[in-house]
Design a protein around this ligand. Structure first.
Ligand code: CMC
Length: 424
């Protein structure tokens, strides 16, 4: 028993129970001993949407949402965005420390060596027509990769896991570029190991070496999106792979969660919203409609941040650097004014709704030439390193079993089947 405990009195029976408190948490399973009769199931916790449930122990990403802090392995996100590179950040997330030059070279080479996508997956990409949503295609192709790599089923073999990690971190970029080019009817371009990760990706997308400022912005955006602890898609990654599912199938499921407009799909929804608002003059009417519950201010609000999302601050700064090269996105003025009005409006202030990572990212992506439907794919390419770091951590966690929540059953008691003729 730890030094810190909580004593619970069950007022139904008058019995008391002492439960250990560790890391400001009690183990939900400890409540099971609280029961009226010996053959009762025991108490459970009810927590729809996991508002107050720690589903794992993790050492990867720390967020303090009240003051807007985000650290990867202890290092503030702003420092990584200013000084780091995406593959270096991915290494940090996976292995816990920044790589030394030898480690970084070996790691970067391993990713670049594994960026080519197998023929079968290329055929899957080509099967989709120009109207297929790019995030739906991305998800399908990542699932298809599972069939190309049957060795990936050896999920308890650390060396094998690392091989799949190299493949996935690299291939999500290639798959992303190819699904875009397939939609445009353009030939595919092979990855170039001489370029940075973002540089190779942009080269595969647009068929030319990117402007250094745009390449730098892309690296920053991948870093900012790389991990965000137990969000909806990462929890999906953990839950699906807790069944020993291979990482391609699990990552495809995580991508499906990210696709939703309340999660990674918000960046696409923000751009649609800004375009619908159209001009600064229309903002007050739009804000009123949100306050009446007729829709949400997309790119605002967060389950954990009750302050300015630190990623949004960095993205806003990066936007200006991108616009120096591409010219200003005409929707920027609408976004800035919308942010200002919302930050001072009682409805948003009272609910602690601030811009999140998705509010400004779409403006940058659009200025760089990405179509709206591709924005969430960009999020997924960066987040892949975080999904895999969380997966690898989970596979090394001795407490981990297959994820399996309970339910409060409110349906019928047992009753007989009724023959069709007797049903009215
Ligand atoms: N616009 C207007 N009202 C909002 C918004 C918003 N964007 N977000 C929350 N609210 C209101 C909500 O109506 C509720 O009000 P009331 O208490 O009167 O019913 C209150 O704020 C609490 O909202 P909630 O839905 O209980 O909060 P949540 O923690 O379950 O949801 C969220 C978090 C991110 C899903 C939500 O803020 C939202 O829908 N935001 C817009 C979509 C978005 O930008 N998503 C990207 C999130 S960050 C990146 C990522 O995770 O992918």
């Amino acid at each position: 028993m730890s030094n810190e405990t909580i004593t619970i009195t069950d007022n139904r029976t008058g019995k008391t129970f002492e439960l250990p408190i560790e890391n400001e948490t009690i183990k939900a399973i400890g409540l099971r001993q609280i029961k009226v009769k010996d053959d009762d199931f025991g108490l459970m916790t009810y927590d729809p949407a996991y508002m107050n449930t720690a589903a794992c122990k993790s050492s990867i990403t720390f967020i303090d949402g009240d003051i807007g802090i985000l650290n990867y392995r202890g290092i503030p996100i702003a420092q990584l965005a200013e000084h780091g590179a995406y593959l270096e950040t991915a290494y940090l997330l996976l292995y816990g420390e920044l790589p030394n030059p030898t480690q970084l070279k070996a790691w970067t080479d391993a990713i670049h060596l594994n960026m080519a996508v197998p023929e079968a997956a290329i055929n899957v990409i080509k099967a989709f027509g120009p109207n297929a949503h790019l995030m739906g295609v991305f998800q399908a192709v990542i699932a298809a990769l599972s069939t190309c790599y049957p060795d990936s089923k050896k999920v308890h073999d650390q060396a094998n896991r690392e091989h799949q990690i190299h493949r996935l971190i690299g291939q999500v970029a290639t798959v992303g570029a190819y699904i875009y080019r397939n939609q445009k009817g353009l030939p595919f371009i092979a990855p170039n190991p001489e370029l940075s990760f973002a540089g190779s990706f942009l080269n595969m997308m647009f068929g030319k070496a990117p402007h250094p400022a745009l390449e730098h912005a892309m690296e920053i955006l991948f870093i900012l999106h790389a991990d965000h602890e137990q969000n909806c898609s990462t929890s999906t990654m953990r839950l699906v792979s807790s069944a020993d599912t291979d990482p391609y199938a699990s990552l495809s499921a995580a991508a499906a969660a990210l696709y939703g407009p309340l999660h990674g799909g918000a960046n696409e929804a923000v751009l649609k919203m800004l375009a619908n608002i159209g001009s600064v003059g229309n903002i007050p009417a739009f804000i009123e409609s949100v306050k009446k519950g007729e829709g949400r201010l997309m790119g605002f609000g967060h389950r954990v941040y009750k302050n300015y999302d630190p990623r949004a601050r960095i993205i806003k700064k990066t936007a200006y650097e991108v616009f120096e090269v591409t010219g200003k996105n005409p929707l920027l003025d609408v976004a800035i004014e919308l942010e200002q009005i919302a930050l001072h409006d009682e409805y948003f202030v009272k609910r602690k709704l601030y811009p999140n990572v998705d509010f400004y990212s779409g403006l940058i992506y659009q200025a760089m030439g990405f179509p709206e439907e591709f924005f969430t794919v960009l999020f997924a390419i960066g987040r892949t390193s975080g999904w895999l770091a969380q997966w690898n951590e989970m596979m090394n966690d001795k407490d981990q079993k297959i994820g399996r929540p309970r339910q409060i059953f409110l349906g019928h008691g047992e009753r007989d089947y009724v023959d069709m003729k007797q049903r009215v």
